[in-house]
Design a protein around this ligand. Structure first.
Ligand SMILES: [Zn+2]
Length: 143
């Protein structure tokens, strides 16, 4: 991979991390960006569906209807005139298996993430679907 792409990847991941600050979830704040043809075409952070209270947890347990950042970014595109076919997803945390299914079906071709998760079944599923998956540490990369 060329140096320019490497730098862009780090910057988009940093933006996803800043976007995650919008999340009102307490246990974990996750941000995602969908980039296609060098444009950010969608974004998302973990949170409740439209019309629900901005509360993600009850007794420190995540409520079942909380949407993950990736799901929010992908479904936002379903309401727009654009689509994620061939796009790259930048996400602060390794996608879970549920989001990985959506990523595959949304035609996303590349996933770049910054933080590993305890479970790696989502990452394995993406690789199985021939999606390019890359982990990048944004804490050590100062460029
Ligand atoms: Zn998920």
């Amino acid at each position: 991979m060329d140096d320019k792409q490497q730098k862009l990847d780090i910057r988009y991941l940093r933006m996803a991390k800043i976007w995650a600050e919008n999340s009102y979830c307490k246990r974990r704040q996750v941000g995602a960006l969908v980039v296609k043809d060098q444009m950010i075409i969608s974004d998302g952070y973990n949170g409740t569906p439209s019309g629900f209270d901005n509360v993600c947890e009850e007794n420190n347990v995540t409520l079942p209807y909380v949407l993950h950042a990736e799901a929010n970014a992908i479904t936002k595109l379903a309401r727009s005139s654009n689509n994620s076919d061939g796009a790259t997803l930048y996400v602060t945390d390794a996608p879970c298996i549920e989001c990985s299914k959506l990523i595959i079906q949304a035609g996303i071709k590349r996933v770049v993430y910054a933080r590993n998760y305890r479970l790696d079944d989502g990452i394995r599923l993406l690789k199985q679907a021939n999606i390019e998956v890359e982990y990048k540490n944004i804490e050590d990369n100062v460029s």
